[in-house]
Ligand binder design. Sequence first.
Ligand code: FES
Length: 316
Amino acid sequence: MPALKAIHIDQPAPRVRRIEFVAADGGSLPGFTAGAHVDLELGNGEARSYSLLNDQGETRHYVIAVLREADSKGGSSWLHDHLREGDVLQSSPPANHFALSEAGENSILIAGGIGVTPVMSMAARLKALGRSYTFFYCARSREEAAFAFELGERHGDRLKLVLDGGDPARGLDVAALLAARPPGGHVYVCGPSGLIRAAREAARDWPKGTVHHELFKGSEADVAIRTNDGAFDIVLKRAGRTLRVPADRTILDVLKAEGIRIKTLCRDGVCGTCTVTLVSGKADHRDDVLSEDERETAIQVCVSRAMPGETLVLDL
Ligand code: FES
């Protein structure tokens, strides 16, 4: 597990902190590919995932950018209020659930707000490979588009800045943009769930494996428990046990109460850490990580539930 030392912190936008880390021991860092993230252990005991915005292959430093979230539960606010240059944090090695398909002939990159960070690395990689790409950077205002200036310098007219002034009706027309797939086209979307859903819907007829998305924390995931939720049963196939999930508890809560350990990180259906194999039963999937195909055989137990009247059989 690399220890990272913060060596430079600046504020490219009023609510955004950019943090540059190097290896605390002065050595080189594990390499990464565009779209990768690291999980940082913060000084308050919380852990959070952050995308690396610098160029693929750099092993001298990692750079992240953190938006101060209005409802921060201690991730972004800790990094804004407590992290100082010289501080050391533990980090996972880089992992990538949002990888670039380097063979794609035409890439459409769509970033909403702070979701721009992994897309910055992807655009740099596509440029280095000499591929065709267009980079839509959506934000409320120029002031909030933290990286607009440097991205404009780097990508010229391939960067399209879309400023909606807080009115989604004035934002990017994703449906029109993705109505026709360009030859060899891939689309990459990172930002709030509304943007991702709009892109997935617009590109629903594109071939499998050409629509890539990553939800950014701070954008709302579906809530794990809703007022009209009911209780349901889960069957732990390997343990040969049946457990009841009450209306006001998640599957994760019930498993934990039974002493069954499931690795978690976000607990918001965003990170993909708590995946459990779904053997049978119709699930009400509320995550933003599993594809439609994956949902046949997997479930994120931190947020997802059973459809009414269903029992879920889990490989536990
Ligand atoms: S803990 Fe992140 S998806 Fe469940």
